[in-house]
Structures are given as C-alpha cells and as structure tokens.
Design a protein around this ligand. Structure first.
Ligand code: CA
Length: 516
C-alpha cells in the first residue's frame, strides 16, 4: 500500500512538473526557425465590405482566428496593384491594390497582427513586372528610352532560333520566352509569359530600384519579410551562379535595413538546385517534402518520406547549418491537398500530423484547416473560404463561383467548430501540440533502431528538455509493432491505438506521440 501511495505522489509531482513545463513552453514562439506560417490569398479570404472581394479589413477581423489556429506568421500572396486576379504581375511596387483596401488599412492589419505576436511576410515579385508597369511602358517605347535597359531586349534576327525553344519547367508551361511587343524588330524576354516581362538584373538601376522597394516595405510600411517569387529565374537558367550571387547581395542589402528580416524563397526544383540558394535565402520551400508527403500517403509507405527528408536535410547541412526548412502541406500552385490524397479524410488528417511532428518551419495554405477542395486551373485552387453556412456567411468572398469548395462538398468553419472530429479541430489540436512541445518544434530528428514494415514511419525528436517518440502508420491494414524502450507516456494518439506490454496496435492511418 505504502509503495503505491509513494508512487502516486511521485506521479502527481511529475504531472505538476510537466504541466508547468508545458505552460513555460507555450509562451515560446519558435518563428522563424520552426514556427507555423499561414498562407493567405486576400482576394478569397474574408470580405468585410460586401463587394465580393476579400480585403485587408476582413483579414484584420480574422486575426484572432489565425491566432486560435496556432499560426505564428502570415504570408500574403501579392497585395500590390496588378491587372490580374492573382496579382503576380505588379504595376506599382510601392502601393497596395485598391480592391484590398488602403495602405492605412494594411498598416492597421500589420499593427493588429503584431499585437498578437503574428509576423507578416508579403509576396515580392521582382523577377518580372506586368506589361502595364510604367517602366515597361517606357522601355518598349523605343531603344533610346531611359528605361530600355530595365528589361531584356533582343533583335528579332539574333534570337530567331530561340523564339520557341524554351522547355517546359515545373513552374511554367510556357514554351515561348521571347515576345513581340508589336512595335518593331525587338523582342522582349518573359520567362513565364508575354504579360510578365523579366526585369534586367544586369542593370545597376534595376538593382537599386529593388533595394528601394525592399526599404519601402520594411521601413515605411513595417512588414517582417518577404517571400521571394521565382527566385531561380532572376538570371536565365544558364547563369545559376549569378542567381546565387544576386540573392546574397539582396540579403545583405535587406539585413542592412532590417537585421532580422525574414526571407523565404521559391526555388521550384530538386534539392541539388535548391540548396545553393541557401546562403542568400535562408529559408527555402521544400518541394521534395511536399511531393513525397503525398506519395508516401498514397503508396502507404512512411519510410519513403523519412528517408527523403533525412536526405534533404543532410544535403542542406552540407551547404550551411544556418537554414530554415520551409516544409508545406500545400500552396496556391498545387492542387488542394485533400484532392491529392484522393479525398481520404484519414490520410488528410495524418498528413498534418506528419507535417507538424517533423522538423522544419511548416506552411499551411488557407482553407486547408476546413478541408477545402480544388484542382487546376489555378483559380479553382484559390476559391473563397467558407466561414459559415452560405445564407449566414457575412464574410464569404464571391468574386468567383466555387467549383470544388461548395457548401455541399466542404463543411463551413462555424459548423466544424461544433464537431470534435472535424478537420478544424484536428488542425487546432495538432498545431497546438507542436507549439507546446519543444521537441516537436525544434528537436533533432533521430531514427529508431527497430526495423518496421515500410508503412511505419517512426522517429525520435529530441530537444534540450524533451525526448519524444513519434509513430505514424500509413497503411490501411492494422498491425502490431514493438515500442522502442523507455517511451510510455502518451502525448497524442489517434483513435484505436492500443499499448500493451511493450507492443503497439496501430489501426489504419494512425499516429501517436509518446514521451518518456
Ligand atoms: Ca471587399
């Protein structure tokens, strides 16, 4: 009797200790190294004035929601003036698009975000401008124009053999890189399409303009950093060293303005191409991770993802130890994750559990947390967020009719709140686990010595004050495995997981986290 009593006292003491540890950890914010960033397409997020288009004030109203979800930062897709709905062809780099509100509205959004300890990163598109940009309008007006060198021009006869020779790439299916402005014999270079002429980064004036734009947003407006679009296209594909050097120069210039500026780059490629950008762009999106996450879940092979991620991290480490691995479950260029996972809810929930228990600085795409759907073309993967049932939804954007994320197919947020098994409540819970367990956020990634079937992905995460075992079973058939010694305290388990005498029973798509 006495022994049992002592044991429960000890258990109580341990419980109190772990509660206070959790409280201490909850106060920590692991951004930028390991925080959670929420990507927002303002156009589709929250419409505050009823004109059908999402806006800054609509986002400001939803900051408490973003905080509740557990995000530490927001990445805004382009907010600058542009003629297209997606705004990746900028016509003014020092203003905001009037559809989204005024600069005062945006500054208020920034203030309110910062009050909630939410950082704000904006999309910066400097590889190209829109054709309506005054620089391009001037540049195309003639060879003698002062802005001629802001863009890349070539005489038609010198590029005849290149006119249709561009190959399709992961980030562009355009095959024509030189475009006829219809004003004479010179063609301009536009990697993505004719509506996006590439800026000429051999021009010192262009480079000065870019620094001045960075200064404007960091100093005058007050954003925390930039997501650098199309980072490997600054110079043509055959000049990768110039690209790497440019981003180092850009980083130096931006850090001189704001020493803790956050820069995350889009280099849409394999790790061998991506890694050399790390010295200039300390955070880079991990496309290998994204595609392998989907492949692993669909092939029911968890070890595939573990090996890939170990490979990528070791490779990056060989270049620099000072990098941020920007993992992501989906983004505005990919089919919606739920579609990629063949609309299997169990796989979908497991994808987030995997993302949130691996190292990295995970990015989420708005609407993922309510299981929004969508397939290309791009407009359809950027559909309006469903805040409430349609007749009651006072903030839903209507600029586009949804084809996939309709009320019939996606349960709006307000209804998901009432269901403990909803996607939203799953997201909130799993993100919360990452935020309150230092090992999940910043711990090292270590393998376990046991050999498991391919469907099982098991690893240890270790921080200074915590060591956790994480197990995901990606298969559809239940199985039993042995537990590595020392781990016994459940921190998180999905339904149906059983522990007995050092053995674990894992049903289909199950996950668990054990402490010591
Ligand atoms: Ca609006």
């Amino acid at each position: 009797m006495k022994k049992q009593f002592e044991f429960s006292l000890l258990a109580l003491l341990l419980l109190q200790l772990s509660v206070s540890q959790v409280e201490a950890q909850q106060a920590k914010n692991y951004w930028p190294k390991a925080g959670v960033t929420y990507e927002i397409f303002v156009q589709s997020f929250s419409d505050s004035n009823g004109d059908g288009i999402g806006d800054f004030n609509g986002v400001t109203e939803k900051l408490d929601y973003i905080k509740e979800l557990g995000a530490n930062a927001i990445w805004f897709m382009p907010i600058m003036p542009s003629p297209t709905y997606h705004k990746y062809d900028v016509t003014d780099y020092k203003a905001v698009h009037p559809d989204y509100g005024t600069m005062a509205d945006f500054k208020r959004l920034l203030d309110e975000a910062h009050k909630r300890d939410i950082k704000v990163v904006i999309d910066m598109i400097i590889n190209h401008t829109g054709t309506d940009h005054p620089w391009f309008q001037a540049s195309k007006s003639g060879r003698e124009n002062a802005f001629r060198d802001y863009y890349v021009w070539a005489q038609k006869d010198t590029i005849a053999s290149y006119l249709n020779k561009k190959t399709v790439t992961l980030d562009s299916d355009n095959i024509r890189q030189w475009h006829d402005p219809g004003q004479g014999q010179d063609y301009y270079y536009g990697f993505f399409w004719g509506g996006m002429p590439d800026l000429n980064f051999d021009s010192p004036e262009v480079r000065k303009e870019i620094v001045s734009i960075g200064r404007f947003w960091l100093e005058e407006v007050g954003v925390d950093g930039f997501r650098l679009d199309a980072a490997k296209h600054i110079f043509p594909d055959d000049r990768p060293l110039d690209n790497h050097a440019f981003w180092k120069e850009f980083r130096r210039e931006m850090e001189a303005i704001k020493p803790d500026v956050y820069l995350v780059g889009e280099v849409y490629d394999r790790k061998e191409i991506v890694a050399p950008y790390l010295p200039g762009l300390p955070a880079l999106f991990n496309f290998d991770f994204h595609y392998t996450l989907i492949e692993a879940l669909n092939k029911e092979n968890g070890q595939l993802l573990y090996k890939k991620q170990k490979d990528v991290l070791d490779f990056y480490q060989g270049i620099t130890s000072d990098f941020i691995d920007a993992t992501f479950s989906s983004n505005h260029d990919q089919p919606r994750l739920l579609n990629d996972l063949k609309q299997d809810p169990a796989k979908y929930k497991q994808a987030l559990a995997i993302l949130m228990t691996l190292p990295g600085a995970p990015y989420l795409y708005y609407g993922e947390e309510i299981g929004m759907l969508g397939l290309k073309p791009d407009e359809q993967i950027r559909e309006p967020f469903l805040w409430d049932a349609k007749e009651k939804d006072t903030r839903r954007a209507t600029w586009i009719a949804p084809k996939y994320s309709t009320d019939a197919a996606v349960t709006p947020l307000a209804l998901q709140r009432m269901d403990p098994n909803s996607y939203f409540n799953h997201y909130k819970k799993v993100i919360g686990l990452r935020q309150s367990n230092s090992a999940l956020a910043i711990g090292s990634l270590e393998s376990v010595s046991q050999t498991y079937p391919n469907s099982v992905m098991a690893y240890v995460r270790r921080s200074a004050d915590q060591e956790l075992l994480v197990v995901h079973h990606l298969g559809k058939n239940g199985l039993e495995i042995s537990i590595p010694a020392g781990f016994s305290k459940p921190i998180y388990t999905t339904d149906g997981v059983k522990m007995n005498n050092g053995m674990l029973y894992l049903p289909a798509n199950s996950s668990l986290i054990l402490g010591k």
